[in-house]
Every structure is written in C-alpha cells, then in structure tokens.
Design a protein around this ligand. Structure first.
Ligand code: DQQ
Length: 510
C-alpha cells in the first residue's frame, strides 16, 4: 500500500488523483445530481483549472464523466474559474462561470449549456460564441470580479446574479440584471458590501423559510422568508454568513441587526471549509450545501454498536468505542451532566470572538470544571497522535458560554516543518467555535464523521460545525482508536452513543 493512500477519504467526495478545489454549479436535473469542481488534470497543486464533472443519483455513489468546461476560447483561455448553475424555465440548465482572458488575471463572466438535453448525464457542454456575457466596466475591479451565483428572478420578471468583488478593501457583491439571460446590465449599487473585509469570493445568496424546515428554491420571496448571504473571504480564507432581509424593491440585502459582517461573523463550519455553494433539491425540498475541505498537509454493511445504559465519565476517564472501523465512522454521542455550577468563569479579558485562540490555550488535556469532554478521534495506541473534538463550558455572569474545539495540533507525528505546504508548516490549528445553545436541559450532543483524514463534527445538532483535515501516521486503518473522554472535574454521563462503520461506496470512480 502506498503510504499516502492511507489518508484517502472513504466517503467524502475526492477525485482519484490530482488537485480539487471549489465545488461548482451543483444541481439536480431530471433525477441526477451533478457536481462540477475546480480541478487540475495535470497535478496535485492548483493550476490548469477545468470544471471536472461527476454525477450521482444518491449523493453517495459518484460517476466521473468528461470535463464539462475547460479553457479553449479567447474568453476563457487562461482559466475556467468558479460559478453556478441555474435551471431556466422549460427545464433548461445553464452554467455561468468566470473566464480568465489574459495573463493579468482579467475576469469575465461566461455561460455554457448542455449539448444534448436528452443525455441523462449532460456530458458535453457548449460555450456559445456570444460569450463573454459580462465584462467589467470602469467601476469594477476586473481582477476581483468572479464566481457568479445561481440567478434569481425578481417580481419584475428580470433575472439577477451577483459576483464577488471588492473596491480597495471593501468587499462587495456586484449585481447584474437581465431579461433574457444573455444581456446583462449592472445595477447602480451592490446587493451588499462591507468595509474592511477585503475581496469576496464565491458569494451564495438564497432564501430560507422562517415557518418550516424545507429548503426553498432560489427565487422564492415572501413574508415567511429571510435571506442568507454567504461570502468567502480571500484574505483569511474563512467564510462567513449573515441572515437578513432582501428588500426586493430596492434590490438590497440588509443583514439583521445582531449579525456581523466579516471575520467575527457566523460560519457554516469553524474548521477547514471554503468556497461553499448551495443548491435547491426539488426532489426532497431541501437545500444542499457543498464545501471544499482543503488539504492541510504538505505538498460491510455497517456494523452498529448500540450502547445500553448510561456510562459515567469521571475526571480523567476515557472509554474506548470498539467494534467498528473507527478510522471511517459516524459517531453520535449525547453527554449529560448534573450541574452547571462547576463551569469555569469566563475571563472578561478573553476575546469573545476568538474561539480558536481560547482552544489553543485550553486544550483537551487542560483540566477544567465542566469539560473538556468529548471524543478523541483518530487516536494511536499510546496517544502519540489524536484529534480531540470537545466542549468546555464557561460561566459568564448569568449565562453560560460553550466552546467547541477540534484540535489538529496533536493529530500527526509528521514534523510540520519538514512537511511544508506552500512554504508554510502543515496547517494544524485547534479549530474552534462557540456554540449558541441553551443548557437548561444539561445536555450536549456531538456527532463526528471520521473519514481517514477528515474529522467533520457537529455540535448540538449542528449549531456549530467544524471540519479538520488531519494526517496521522500511526492512527490509520485498523490501528486507529476512538474514545469518549472527560478532563473536567464535573462527571459527565453518556446518555446515548451510536457509532457506525461507514463503507466506501462501491463506485469510488470520481
Ligand atoms: N477559487 C476559484 C475562484 C474562486 C476561488 C479559482 C475560491 O473562482 O474565487 O480556482 O477558492
């Protein structure tokens, strides 16, 4: 076995070889899910970017088909960058993407359409001669003008899209409108902008229901609808989102009062997750989100183990979860505790927004009051390597603050200095987020999807998500261990714990 293959993901989407970055143009069309993605057909570093294409009927088993879009015309000869799909009336998919037209990275917006709508996989895409559709005018920074969104239809019957951009240091989404999808006019103002956030990439703008749990199609508006604007911040490589109101009359998006634009805003995922994009799946009335979990390293049918009864974890205890393949597993655990009295005080000098700093100071072995408790994933026999995912509860005047950490710093014995990524040490921070949860039922749940080099965790039913990429040397395959642990003085109970081995889909023909 090639040693590098031990870190291949089993059930997260990954091409069989070479570089992948942003998910592009995800859509559901006539019973088939399509995922396009930024891909280098020639190597394992960013470059030579094409839109690779895979299809699936269940989002688990994927089949790779021909590259959909690749540089071949003057309007994209230096690169085919990110973009989105829209299904036009008459059930006609269309892709908008960013073309790079010169060595200076000048960006234009192009479209592509399927050559044959009766091919169930839509293998071949055509880039008509009236491209590019949109070229930056004088008011637009033409090297920061990319990643068109899925279009939405206004009440006036005109389509709208936004592109990520900036004016100096102000991040913004330039908006364009069109009656026929072919002729686009720039709106007089951006849909939204925010000072000091730097360039915005991969914007995503969509409605969410405030009265139900179903996802909504992108053009839905109305009284029970709010909107989400998500952007990827080029400077920090973090994404954030706000929830707010789309003022359709003025064509402006206004974040809610308590929302924060920029680094301190809410994130879908507090770990390694970028350039995400969502789409509406009409077959299940849900909105599905794909994100890119960048490599951080250098250049049976499922067995279920159900635990009966309550397990107690006193301070310093850990119990091993056995009977499954823990290097490729889905673990769902609910912790309960009898009291919040032992929670450590939250020092007012700590930065309320810098969860990551707090986790780096208060790691899984630093004893606390209520917590740290959680899971030790991808652990080697003698704990030379492990990736702990855990909670720590603080008291702050009359409320509690819950911190969730996914600490990659002890994940691998590989020397981060000798295994450099782009000239930097391997990226192994202690990812972290605060969990906005009310602890009155004295319960915290944690679910982790462990996939050889991925640890993707959902705190409190997904209120806070953290994805880490880790590359253990000992804790691989059958040599990996999984534990539940507690290093706080307050005893915690495991109210329920379910763990499953995840199989590798039969057709990992990405
Ligand atoms: N990646 C693409 C760009 C996008 C960036 C290029 C985000 O279109 O802005 O591969 O990761």
């Amino acid at each position: 076995v090639n040693v590098r293959q031990v870190h291949r993901t089993g059930y997260h989407f990954q091409p069989t070889k070479h570089w992948i970055n942003d998910p592009n143009g995800p859509m559901y069309y006539n019973g088939v899910y399509h995922l396009f993605y930024q891909y280098n057909p020639k190597g394992a570093v960013w470059g030579n970017i094409v839109w690779a294409h895979s299809v699936s009927t269940d989002l688990i088993n994927w089949k790779k088909v021909e590259h959909a879009i690749y540089p071949s015309k003057p309007f994209d000869q230096y690169g085919c960058w990110s973009g989105s799909a829209t299904i036009l009336p008459g059930n006609k998919p269309i892709i908008l993407y960013t073309g790079i037209i010169d060595k200076n990275n000048t960006q234009v917006q192009n479209y592509a359409v399927p050559a044959n709508l009766s091919d169930p996989y839509l293998r071949e895409w055509i880039k008509p001669d009236n491209n590019p559709l949109i070229v930056a005018d004088q008011s637009v920074n033409k090297t920061s003008f990319r990643d068109p969104t899925t279009a939405w239809l206004g009440r006036d019957g005109h389509w709208r899209i936004v592109m990520g951009s900036r004016r100096k240091d102000r991040g913004m989404t330039h908006m364009y409108r069109s009656k026929d999808f072919m002729h686009w006019t720039k709106a007089g103002h951006p849909l939204h902008s925010s000072a000091g956030t730097g360039n915005w990439e991969c914007p995503d703008f969509y409605p969410v229901s405030i009265s139900g749990k179903n996802g909504l199609d992108t053009s839905v508006m109305g009284p029970n609808v709010k909107h989400v604007l998500k952007v990827s911040l080029d400077v920090t490589r973090y994404e954030y989102y706000t929830l707010g109101t789309y003022l359709a009359q003025q064509d402006r998006y206004v974040p809610d009062k308590d929302m924060i634009d920029g680094w301190n805003g809410l994130r879908y995922d507090y770990g390694n997750f970028y350039a995400s994009k969502s789409f509406f799946d009409p077959s299940k009335n849900r909105r599905i989100l794909w994100g890119w979990a960048n490599e951080s390293d250098t250049t049976d049918n499922d067995v279920q183990k159900n635990w009966a009864g309550i397990q107690k974890l006193a301070k310093g205890e850990k119990i091993e979860i056995k009977g499954i393949t823990v290097a490729q597993a889905d673990v769902d655990v609910t912790f309960t505790f009898n009291s919040l009295d032992n929670a450590e005080p939250f020092d007012p000098s700590w930065d309320r927004y810098d969860a990551q700093k707090l986790c780096s100071q208060k790691g899984s072995t630093v004893e606390g009051g209520l917590g740290p408790f959680g899971l030790l994933t991808l652990a080697s026999e003698n704990l030379e390597e492990y990736t702990p995912v855990f909670f720590r509860v603080f008291k702050d005047q009359n409320k509690h603050i819950v911190l969730m950490c996914s600490d990659a710093s002890r994940s691998s014995l590989m020397d981060p200095k000798t295994h450099m990524k782009n000239g930097n040490d391997a990226y192994r921070p202690s990812f972290a987020g605060f969990v906005n949860v009310d602890l009155k039922d004295k319960k915290l749940s944690l679910r982790s999807l462990i996939d050889n080099s991925v640890v993707e965790s959902f705190g409190a039913g997904g209120k806070t998500c953290i994805t880490s990429r880790v590359y253990p040397t000992l804790a691989v395959y059958g040599n990996a261990h999984l534990y539940a642990f507690n290093n706080g003085s307050e005893t915690v109970n495991i109210e329920s714990l379910n763990a499953w081995t995840m199989s590798r889909p039969l057709q990992m023909n990405h």
